[in-house]
Write a protein that binds this ligand. Structure first.
Ligand SMILES: [Zn+2]
Ligand SMILES: [Zn+2]
Length: 382
């Protein structure tokens, strides 16, 4: 790094983004603000409107070389901010509680850095991805024709992580975060008078069977690693003492450390639902929502990040188990060799998605540094 980036300018940008948060799919002003910033950083090419409000900021070197993509997310959450600082969210009920404002700031710092130290070899793509929180953004970007035209060899992303030492790198080979998906199971029978349930067909018993069987499903001896089924919601009939119900709905979240286990888990959930509806002569409906594959890191690339951390005297925290949550960067690691790593936000920092959370500006520098070093190491690999 010959010339450093302008940290103060980046922190100001972060605060502006924080003050003006936008929900998934509505990142219009955010995209405008980011694009305005990026134009000042003289990219070779700036592509807008990718997968919605996404932006790709590209720097090309003169010599042939690999194309390295860095991805950040842009959306805020429907949470009312409980902080009092001067850059507090101006939007009632919406705020940056996952630190995506900070992730964007890190990428803006990287753009500033590349504008001062243009890459000589290969190319760098700085991707600002919309709609991470609802799980749609990554696949929309990947399916966008403007994006499909880009040459990509490696993909990287980071997420800030409260609970880990400030500025440290959190690493994990193989699975970093779990696969997950929501399932909605609908059981339709027949309503009758509560005095004559025998004249209808209530889904009460099969519903409770399904809830029980789903909850204990991970105990079955057929998975290679951790799986989890959490029943998150259920509903039976109406609030009416005179009516025997004819309808039930169950919602559950499925999680697995591996994509193969997720496949097995899904098949078993469907079998349980089918068996119960068949036995009780009900009509079955099933649908999925918020589907994320597992993030599978490329071990060579995590090893490269380890080397960079040591070289730059940045502390490494090795994860023993993958995270149980999911991140839609998984769609990228399914297609390209890549890695997602954590950047510690501080051991006692408020947790992500909590109303008092705020991205710590002090970790921006390490984020920029690590991304820049990753690029240098990859393009200069003999
Ligand atoms: Zn989040
Ligand atoms: Zn996030």
């Amino acid at each position: 790094m010959e010339q450093l980036f302008d940290l103060q300018k980046i922190v100001e940008l972060r605060h502006e983004l924080h003050q003006n948060p936008e929900l998934s799919g509505s990142e219009f002003i955010t995209a405008e603000r980011i694009a305005n910033f990026l134009v000042q950083c003289n990219p070779t090419e700036l592509i807008r409107g990718i997968g919605g409000n996404g932006i790709a900021c590209i720097y090309k070197g003169n010599e042939e070389g690999p194309s390295v993509l860095f991805r950040c997310d842009m959306d805020a959450l429907p949470i009312d901010e409980e902080n009092d600082f001067e850059y507090k969210s101006k939007e009632k009920g919406v705020s940056h509680k996952c630190g995506h404002d900070g992730h964007m700031a890190i990428m803006a710092g990287l753009a500033d850095l590349f504008s001062k130290n243009p890459p000589k070899k290969g190319q760098v793509i700085l991707l600002f991805q919309p709609s991470e929180e609802n799980g749609y953004g990554a696949s929309r970007v990947l399916n966008d024709e403007k994006f499909k035209k880009l040459k990509i060899d490696y993909v990287f992303a980071l997420h800030n992580l409260p609970g880990f030492k400030k500025g440290s790198i959190v690493l994990k080979d193989e699975t970093f975060a779990s696969a997950s998906k929501g399932i909605v199971i609908k059981l339709t029978g027949k309503i009758s008078h509560a005095a004559e349930p025998e004249n209808g067909n209530s889904p009460a018993i099969p519903m409770s069977n399904i809830i029980k069987e789903l909850t204990f499903l991970p105990n079955e001896n057929r998975f290679s690693d951790f799986t989890l089924v959490t029943v998150v919601h259920s509903r039976l009939g109406e609030v009416a003492f005179g009516t025997s119900p004819g309808y039930a709905e169950i919602m559950a979240t499925l999680r697995a450390y591996t994509n193969d286990d997720m496949q097995i888990l899904t098949e078993r959930v469907e079998t349980i639902a089918r068996e119960n509806t068949f036995r009780y002569n009900l009509k079955l409906g099933m649908s999925y929502t918020e589907e994320y594959p597992a993030i599978i890191n490329n071990n060579e690339l995590t090893e490269a990040i380890r080397t960079i951390a040591v070289k730059n005297k940045i502390e490494i925290e090795e994860l023993k188990e993958p995270f149980r949550w999911s991140e839609d960067f998984a769609h990228f690691t399914q297609k390209f060799p890549g890695a997602l790593f954590g950047l510690g936000s501080g051991e006692n920092h408020p947790q992500l998605h909590n109303p008092d959370y705020d991205f710590p500006d002090t970790i921006i520098e390490n984020g920029v540094k690590i991304f820049y070093e990753i690029y240098s190491q990859i393009v200069n690999k003999p």
